[in-house]
Ligand binder design. Structure first.
Ligand code: CAA
Length: 384
């Protein structure tokens, strides 16, 4: 491995690996069937410092670096992708946005319970008619004295049901494209915030994905995050960090599928020998290992750039693009190696394949990542 992890990073990796395989993994297959949200696991993850890892200790976090965070997130994803997506949204686009753009009062009131894991957070950007193009969103927030009144519908919201608050974007100025979008902190229980339908998904079934409907939902003006017009910037910079998280998730699921495939290939016998002796299978294993290692380097590289305070938008998108495409190939190959058994629910690779499918879609599709990367190359002076 090119990256040499520090003792502290290795310690975090080992601690999370042990917890993840023992606790999170124990019920992952069952929760895929029942769709039960692993609330108890999140409580323990909060106690372990995994719900606001990169947030300073003063605000309830662990003050870990981004490399430690991707190591931890990969380990959680190895056992349960549903659990890891909640952890990813919480750490990046929710906690980091509050930390970066929040006032001291907002941090004390909202960030501390989130980063310490007492509360789960959600982020509402996407709408029924505005996915890849969030600038065309139609939710509005109208100033009324010391309040804003929010109206609109947000779709595909991770933890829409199980969150204690949502950061939501809405237009405060119709005519100014992305500069007219602002962001608001809306605690659950605020009159006018309604949890709509829950999606019945192909994968990530233990993580709830819902509509959030805002009907004359009134919040104090002091709940605006950042300045009026900062909403798009808050979402985009949160997604930079979020995209490293989805890449780390991809690594974790790919590693799990790979380990399962190798184990199966050594055990399964055909033509008188374990199938791992056949070149057709050995070459698949070699390709999978190479793909995973290449993705790992991109993920660590983007996380290290973030740790050094460098611009990392392009590298986060590269890591997300490559790793999410990679995990779709690796999980498909893992099923192929399992043959007919891989197509049944008796083997975890079936769940891995379904869970991974959305990784090339959410937090920006592969097509959007290519737009971000090419924009950066063509507009940026920074050389590749
Ligand atoms: N950080 C900070 N600001 C940024 C930024 C970043 N990474 N990227 C862009 N901006 C700013 C720019 O500086 C610019 O601001 P100014 O005009 O004030 O200078 C503004 O945003 C517009 O930038 P661009 O012109 O580059 O934007 P664009 O319109 O060309 O492209 C896009 C935008 C890349 C297509 C963007 O709309 C995008 O990423 N779309 C995908 C949305 C997405 O990922 N949705 C996922 C939903 S969330 C989710 O899935 C979470 C979940 O629950 C799992």
């Amino acid at each position: 491995m090119l990256f040499k992890l520090t003792d502290e990073q290795l310690m975090i990796q080992n601690m999370v690996r042990e917890f993840s395989r023992k606790v999170v993994g124990a019920t992952a297959a069952e929760r895929d069937k029942t769709k039960e949200f692993p609330a108890e696991n999140f409580k323990q993850m909060g106690e372990l410092g995994l719900m606001g890892m990169m947030i300073p200790v003063d605000y309830g976090g662990e003050e870990a670096d981004a490399v430690s965070y991707v190591l931890a997130l990969s380990e959680i994803a190895y056992s349960c992708a549903s659990t890891s997506v909640v952890m990813s949204v919480q750490n990046s686009i929710v906690c980091e946005s509050l930390y970066r753009f929040g006032t001291e009062d907002q941090k004390q009131e909202f960030l501390v319970p989130l980063a310490s894991g007492e509360m789960i957070g959600a982020f509402g950007l996407t709408e029924p008619e505005a996915g890849s193009d969030p600038v065309s969103q139609t939710a509005t927030a109208v100033r009324d004295k010391d309040t804003y009144v929010i109206n609109g519908t947000k779709r595909f919201i991770t933890s829409g049901q199980n969150s204690g608050l949502v950061l939501v974007t809405a237009k405060t100025d119709e005519g100014t494209a992305h500069r007219g979008i602002s962001c608001f902190i809306v605690p659950k229980g605020t009159p006018g915030l309604i949890v709509g339908r829950t999606e019945d998904k192909m994968g990530l079934r233990a993580s709830d994905t819902t509509d959030l409907i805002f009907e004359d939902c009134r919040v104090p003006a002091s709940n605006r995050l950042g300045k009026e017009g900062d909403g798009f910037k808050i979402a985009m910079s949160g997604l930079d960090s979020g995209r490293i998280g989805i890449a780390a998730q991809s690594l974790g699921v790919a590693q799990a599928a790979f380990d399962a495939a190798v184990k199966y290939a050594k055990k399964r016998r055909q033509f008188g020998v374990p199938i791992a002796k056949h070149q057709a299978i050995r070459f698949q294993i070699a390709d999978m290992a190479t793909q995973i290692e290449a993705a790992r380097q991109l993920v660590f590289s983007a996380a290290s750039m973030k740790d050094r305070g460098e611009a990392y938008t392009r590298e986060a998108s590269m890591a997300k693009l490559f790793a999410s495409e990679m995990v779709n190939q690796v999980t498909a190959r893992a099923i192929q190696i399992h043959g007919g058994y891989g197509f049944t629910k008796d083997y975890d690779v079936e769940r891995f394949y379904r869970d991974a499918r959305v990784f090339t879609i959410y937090e920006g599709t592969s097509e959007i990542q290519r737009i971000v990367i090419s924009n950066n190359i063509l507009r940026d002076k920074r050389k590749l």
